[in-house]
Design a protein. Structure first.
Ligand code: NAP
Length: 281
């Protein structure tokens, strides 16, 4: 039987329809105020500029405002921290997105951690990560939270499954592993120093590819009936996992593109709407 396609584009569109209604209701109640997402772009990396634009467009689609802050690549960490501080105390801003990566001379961790917890709608602070890991309320990191929402939409229960997450970055692999642990999976985290990666993946009921290398995880490492989640996206429309040969024999898989990608932005704007609703209530 062909595998279940985990259609992130579709789930994101469904959610956008709901968010559009919520924003309209909020405007009615508050004399035309909407949630506001502040986006910070440091430098002129074209890919980062495109991502920020896509996020602003998503805000527009649901009737919500965004505030674009563009800073020169030469900015010093302290000056960036001050910009973030201003947004933290600005009552008209409900969510703050600092586009990753920032230029290498900037202390990105310090900048992420400057974001106030209640405006950390991209889920990048250590505090938010710690709270999420402990099962306390916090906005989830957008990409892994989007993956969890996608799995939930298709009613895929993770309890008792062996999930193997390949990658341990702060914005993807690590929070992904903690979210799956919270969902009662047994979790293995693999990284560049893992010995015999293939043997770990062969045991997985659920594999998450978060490596950043095209089709690095081979189809023949993945067992029949596994759930396959691919966060990667590379030129030529391939992800981190060799998916094509799996379509007839796994339980479910995310397409590339149209799986994880749309859920990331969707989660960011959903969490901004939540933040706006609680601030403007
Ligand atoms: P990253 O920061 O470069 O992290 C890559 C991870 O892969 C690291 O933890 C690294 O291990 C691990 N790795 C590298 N080589 C490996 C190997 N040979 N064996 C096992 N693990 C290995 O990347 P990222 O930001 O997490 O992104 C990962 C992928 O997801 C990329 O394809 C990226 O484009 C994609 N992504 C998609 C979205 C979205 O919205 N769709 C968002 C973010 C990222 P070490 O820690 O040991 O170096």
């Amino acid at each position: 039987m062909p595998a279940l396609l985990l259609d992130g584009k579709y789930v994101a569109q469904l959610t956008e329809a709901n968010l559009t209604e919520r924003v309209a209701k909020l405007k009615e109640r508050t004399g035309d105020r909407t949630p506001v997402l502040a986006t910070i772009l440091v430098g002129d990396d074209p890919a980062s500029a495109t991502y920020v634009k896509m996020k602003a467009n998503a805000c527009k689609r649901i009737g919500m405002e965004s505030l674009a802050i563009e800073l020169p690549s030469t900015i010093k960490t302290n000056d960036l921290l001050r910009e973030i501080e201003q947004l933290n105390i600005n009552p008209d801003v409900h969510g703050i997105l600092l586009q990753h990566p920032v230029p290498s001379h900037i202390d990105e961790r310090a900048a992420f951690d400057m974001i106030a917890l209640d405006k950390d709608v991209d889920g990048v602070t250590c505090l938010g990560f710690g709270r999420m890991s402990m099962g306390e309320p916090a906005y989830g990191c957008a990409t892994p939270q989007g993956i969890m929402r996608l799995l939930e939409h298709y009613k895929l229960d993770l309890a008792g499954l062996h999930a193997v997450v390949v990658g341990r970055s702060p914005i993807l692999g690590k929070p992904m592993a903690m979210m799956m642990l919270q969902a009662n999976a047994t979790v293995t985290i693999c990284h560049s120093r893992t010995r015999d990666l293939e043997s770990h993946i062969r045991q997985a009921d659920l594999v998450v590819g978060a490596v950043g290398r095209p089709e690095f995880i081979r189809a023949d490492w993945i067992k029949d009936d596994a759930i396959v989640v691919d966060a990667g996206y590379h030129p030529g429309g391939v992800g981190d996992i060799e998916i094509a040969p799996l379509i007839e024999r796994v339980k479910a898989y995310t397409p590339v593109p149209g799986g994880v990608g749309p859920m990331t932005i969707n989660t960011l704007i959903m969490q901004t709407v939540e933040s706006g609703e609680s601030a403007l209530a």
